[in-house]
Write a protein that binds this ligand. Structure first.
Ligand code: FPP
Length: 224
Protein backbone atom coordinates (compact mmCIF):
# COMPACT_ATOMS: atom_id res chain seq x y z
CA UNK A 1 0.00 0.00 0.00
CA UNK A 2 1.38 3.40 -0.96
CA UNK A 3 1.99 5.88 1.84
CA UNK A 4 -0.02 9.08 1.66
CA UNK A 5 1.25 12.22 3.36
CA UNK A 6 0.03 14.99 1.13
CA UNK A 7 -3.13 15.44 -0.95
CA UNK A 8 -3.52 18.46 -3.24
CA UNK A 9 -6.93 19.42 -4.60
CA UNK A 10 -8.15 21.65 -7.43
CA UNK A 11 -11.67 22.41 -6.24
CA UNK A 12 -13.32 23.04 -9.59
CA UNK A 13 -16.96 23.33 -10.55
CA UNK A 14 -18.48 25.70 -7.99
CA UNK A 15 -19.62 28.17 -10.63
CA UNK A 16 -21.35 25.57 -12.80
CA UNK A 17 -22.97 23.95 -9.76
CA UNK A 18 -24.26 27.31 -8.52
CA UNK A 19 -25.72 28.27 -11.90
CA UNK A 20 -27.41 24.90 -12.30
CA UNK A 21 -28.92 24.61 -8.82
CA UNK A 22 -29.28 28.19 -7.54
CA UNK A 23 -28.98 30.35 -10.64
CA UNK A 24 -25.95 32.02 -9.04
CA UNK A 25 -22.22 31.25 -9.34
CA UNK A 26 -21.64 32.70 -5.87
CA UNK A 27 -24.03 30.21 -4.30
CA UNK A 28 -21.83 27.51 -5.81
CA UNK A 29 -18.88 28.91 -3.87
CA UNK A 30 -20.95 28.98 -0.69
CA UNK A 31 -21.87 25.32 -1.07
CA UNK A 32 -18.28 24.55 -2.11
CA UNK A 33 -17.18 25.69 1.31
CA UNK A 34 -19.28 22.90 2.90
CA UNK A 35 -17.30 20.41 0.85
CA UNK A 36 -14.06 21.99 2.07
CA UNK A 37 -15.11 21.32 5.66
CA UNK A 38 -16.13 17.72 4.91
CA UNK A 39 -12.83 17.00 3.15
CA UNK A 40 -10.78 18.53 5.97
CA UNK A 41 -12.54 16.24 8.48
CA UNK A 42 -11.99 13.17 6.32
CA UNK A 43 -8.33 14.07 5.75
CA UNK A 44 -7.80 14.03 9.51
CA UNK A 45 -9.64 10.71 9.79
CA UNK A 46 -7.39 9.26 7.11
CA UNK A 47 -4.34 10.48 9.08
CA UNK A 48 -3.02 12.47 6.12
CA UNK A 49 -0.62 15.18 7.32
CA UNK A 50 -0.84 17.75 4.51
CA UNK A 51 -3.73 19.06 2.44
CA UNK A 52 -3.22 21.76 -0.20
CA UNK A 53 -6.37 23.45 -1.50
CA UNK A 54 -6.39 25.64 -4.61
CA UNK A 55 -8.82 28.38 -3.58
CA UNK A 56 -7.81 31.31 -5.83
CA UNK A 57 -5.34 31.40 -8.71
CA UNK A 58 -3.39 34.35 -10.08
CA UNK A 59 -5.64 34.00 -13.15
CA UNK A 60 -8.86 34.20 -11.10
CA UNK A 61 -8.43 38.00 -10.87
CA UNK A 62 -9.91 38.10 -14.39
CA UNK A 63 -13.35 37.19 -12.95
CA UNK A 64 -16.07 39.79 -12.37
CA UNK A 65 -15.38 41.93 -9.29
CA UNK A 66 -18.66 40.83 -7.74
CA UNK A 67 -17.54 37.20 -7.71
CA UNK A 68 -14.04 38.01 -6.43
CA UNK A 69 -15.45 40.16 -3.62
CA UNK A 70 -17.86 37.38 -2.69
CA UNK A 71 -15.10 34.76 -2.56
CA UNK A 72 -12.92 36.84 -0.27
CA UNK A 73 -15.86 37.73 1.98
CA UNK A 74 -16.62 34.01 2.21
CA UNK A 75 -13.02 33.31 3.20
CA UNK A 76 -13.00 36.16 5.71
CA UNK A 77 -16.20 34.96 7.40
CA UNK A 78 -14.95 31.39 7.37
CA UNK A 79 -11.74 32.32 9.16
CA UNK A 80 -13.46 34.61 11.66
CA UNK A 81 -15.96 31.89 12.51
CA UNK A 82 -13.80 28.78 12.31
CA UNK A 83 -10.21 29.58 13.18
CA UNK A 84 -10.72 28.69 16.86
CA UNK A 85 -12.26 25.42 15.79
CA UNK A 86 -9.37 24.65 13.40
CA UNK A 87 -6.96 25.48 16.20
CA UNK A 88 -8.78 23.11 18.59
CA UNK A 89 -8.49 20.34 16.01
CA UNK A 90 -4.71 20.94 16.02
CA UNK A 91 -4.77 22.14 12.38
CA UNK A 92 -2.01 24.40 11.10
CA UNK A 93 -3.01 26.88 8.40
CA UNK A 94 -0.44 28.10 5.87
CA UNK A 95 -1.11 30.42 2.98
CA UNK A 96 0.76 29.84 -0.27
CA UNK A 97 0.61 32.53 -2.97
CA UNK A 98 1.09 36.27 -2.54
CA UNK A 99 -0.91 37.96 0.19
CA UNK A 100 -2.04 40.93 -1.88
CA UNK A 101 -5.54 41.40 -0.55
CA UNK A 102 -7.30 44.05 1.48
CA UNK A 103 -5.45 45.15 4.63
CA UNK A 104 -8.15 43.51 6.72
CA UNK A 105 -7.91 40.12 4.97
CA UNK A 106 -4.09 40.17 4.95
CA UNK A 107 -4.10 40.80 8.68
CA UNK A 108 -6.61 38.03 9.27
CA UNK A 109 -4.58 35.58 7.17
CA UNK A 110 -1.38 36.41 9.02
CA UNK A 111 -3.03 36.13 12.45
CA UNK A 112 -4.68 32.81 11.48
CA UNK A 113 -1.31 31.42 10.41
CA UNK A 114 0.30 32.64 13.60
CA UNK A 115 -2.43 31.31 15.86
CA UNK A 116 -2.19 27.81 14.38
CA UNK A 117 1.56 27.70 13.70
CA UNK A 118 2.39 25.16 16.40
CA UNK A 119 -0.32 22.66 15.45
CA UNK A 120 0.65 19.22 14.21
CA UNK A 121 -2.31 17.00 13.25
CA UNK A 122 -2.92 18.42 9.78
CA UNK A 123 -1.32 21.24 7.82
CA UNK A 124 -3.64 22.95 5.36
CA UNK A 125 -1.89 24.94 2.66
CA UNK A 126 -4.47 27.32 1.28
CA UNK A 127 -3.38 28.47 -2.18
CA UNK A 128 -4.58 32.05 -2.57
CA UNK A 129 -3.46 34.31 -5.38
CA UNK A 130 -1.22 31.37 -6.23
CA UNK A 131 0.38 30.60 -9.59
CA UNK A 132 2.98 27.90 -10.07
CA UNK A 133 4.87 29.63 -12.90
CA UNK A 134 5.25 32.76 -10.78
CA UNK A 135 6.38 30.63 -7.82
CA UNK A 136 9.02 28.86 -9.94
CA UNK A 137 10.33 32.09 -11.48
CA UNK A 138 10.55 33.73 -8.05
CA UNK A 139 12.47 30.70 -6.78
CA UNK A 140 14.89 30.94 -9.72
CA UNK A 141 15.49 34.63 -9.03
CA UNK A 142 16.12 34.00 -5.33
CA UNK A 143 18.46 31.06 -5.81
CA UNK A 144 20.54 33.12 -8.26
CA UNK A 145 20.55 36.14 -5.97
CA UNK A 146 21.79 33.95 -3.09
CA UNK A 147 24.42 32.39 -5.38
CA UNK A 148 23.17 29.02 -4.09
CA UNK A 149 23.98 25.74 -5.83
CA UNK A 150 21.25 24.91 -8.33
CA UNK A 151 20.04 21.37 -7.81
CA UNK A 152 16.65 19.82 -7.00
CA UNK A 153 17.23 19.58 -3.27
CA UNK A 154 18.24 23.22 -2.95
CA UNK A 155 15.65 24.48 -5.41
CA UNK A 156 12.71 23.14 -3.41
CA UNK A 157 13.82 25.28 -0.46
CA UNK A 158 12.94 28.35 -2.51
CA UNK A 159 9.41 27.24 -3.36
CA UNK A 160 6.47 28.41 -1.28
CA UNK A 161 5.83 24.78 -0.31
CA UNK A 162 9.30 24.34 1.22
CA UNK A 163 7.59 23.36 4.47
CA UNK A 164 5.68 20.50 2.80
CA UNK A 165 6.61 17.20 1.12
CA UNK A 166 5.49 16.90 -2.52
CA UNK A 167 1.91 15.66 -2.96
CA UNK A 168 1.62 11.98 -3.80
CA UNK A 169 -2.01 12.48 -4.85
CA UNK A 170 -3.59 15.34 -6.78
CA UNK A 171 -7.36 15.49 -7.30
CA UNK A 172 -9.25 17.80 -9.65
CA UNK A 173 -13.02 17.84 -9.55
CA UNK A 174 -15.30 19.42 -12.15
CA UNK A 175 -14.71 17.14 -15.15
CA UNK A 176 -11.74 19.11 -16.53
CA UNK A 177 -8.38 17.55 -17.21
CA UNK A 178 -5.73 20.18 -16.66
CA UNK A 179 -3.45 21.48 -13.91
CA UNK A 180 -4.24 25.20 -14.30
CA UNK A 181 -0.87 26.47 -13.05
CA UNK A 182 -1.08 24.49 -9.78
CA UNK A 183 1.98 22.89 -8.10
CA UNK A 184 3.69 22.18 -11.44
CA UNK A 185 7.10 21.42 -9.91
CA UNK A 186 5.74 19.64 -6.84
CA UNK A 187 3.40 17.36 -8.82
CA UNK A 188 6.12 15.90 -11.03
CA UNK A 189 5.39 12.43 -9.61
CA UNK A 190 1.88 12.88 -8.22
CA UNK A 191 -0.84 10.40 -9.11
CA UNK A 192 -3.55 12.55 -10.69
CA UNK A 193 -7.26 11.78 -10.41
CA UNK A 194 -9.75 13.74 -12.49
CA UNK A 195 -13.20 13.54 -10.94
CA UNK A 196 -16.35 14.21 -12.95
CA UNK A 197 -18.37 15.57 -10.04
CA UNK A 198 -18.48 19.32 -9.45
CA UNK A 199 -16.81 20.37 -6.19
CA UNK A 200 -20.02 21.03 -4.17
CA UNK A 201 -21.20 17.48 -5.02
CA UNK A 202 -17.90 15.83 -4.11
CA UNK A 203 -18.15 14.01 -0.77
CA UNK A 204 -16.23 11.88 1.73
CA UNK A 205 -17.15 8.66 -0.08
CA UNK A 206 -15.73 9.93 -3.39
CA UNK A 207 -12.60 11.05 -1.56
CA UNK A 208 -12.14 7.69 0.20
CA UNK A 209 -12.62 5.84 -3.12
CA UNK A 210 -9.87 7.88 -4.74
CA UNK A 211 -7.55 7.34 -1.76
CA UNK A 212 -8.19 3.57 -1.93
CA UNK A 213 -7.41 3.53 -5.67
CA UNK A 214 -4.27 5.61 -5.12
CA UNK A 215 -3.04 3.25 -2.40
CA UNK A 216 -3.20 0.29 -4.79
CA UNK A 217 -1.30 1.91 -7.68
CA UNK A 218 2.08 0.40 -8.51
CA UNK A 219 4.32 3.45 -8.31
CA UNK A 220 7.56 2.88 -10.21
CA UNK A 221 9.18 6.33 -10.31
CA UNK A 222 10.75 5.51 -13.66
CA UNK A 223 11.90 2.09 -12.49
CA UNK A 224 10.23 -1.17 -13.59
C1 FPP B 1 -13.29 26.88 -8.90
O1 FPP B 1 -14.60 26.70 -9.37
C2 FPP B 1 -13.33 27.35 -7.53
C3 FPP B 1 -12.81 28.52 -7.11
C4 FPP B 1 -12.12 29.49 -7.99
C5 FPP B 1 -12.92 28.92 -5.70
C6 FPP B 1 -12.78 27.83 -4.71
C7 FPP B 1 -13.48 28.24 -3.48
C8 FPP B 1 -14.16 27.44 -2.64
C9 FPP B 1 -14.18 25.99 -2.76
C10 FPP B 1 -14.95 28.00 -1.52
C11 FPP B 1 -14.24 28.95 -0.70
C12 FPP B 1 -13.07 28.37 -0.07
C13 FPP B 1 -12.52 28.88 1.02
C14 FPP B 1 -11.34 28.22 1.62
C15 FPP B 1 -13.09 30.06 1.68
P1 FPP B 1 -15.10 27.60 -10.59
O2 FPP B 1 -15.74 28.81 -10.01
O3 FPP B 1 -13.97 27.84 -11.54
O4 FPP B 1 -16.17 26.66 -11.23
P2 FPP B 1 -16.58 26.57 -12.77
O5 FPP B 1 -15.46 25.86 -13.47
O6 FPP B 1 -17.82 25.75 -12.72
O7 FPP B 1 -16.80 27.97 -13.26
Amino acid sequence: MNPLNHVAIIMDGNGRWGLKHKNSRNEGHRFGLNTVEKIIKETIKQKIRYLTLYAFSTENWNRPKKEIDYLFKLLENFLLKKIQDLNKQNIKLKIIGSKKFSKKLNKLLISSEKKTSKNTTLQINLALNYGSKFEILSAVKKIIKNKDIINEKNFRKYLQTNHTPDPELLIRTGNTKRLSNFLLWQSAYAEIFFEKKLWPDFNEKDYINIIKKYKRIKRNFGNI
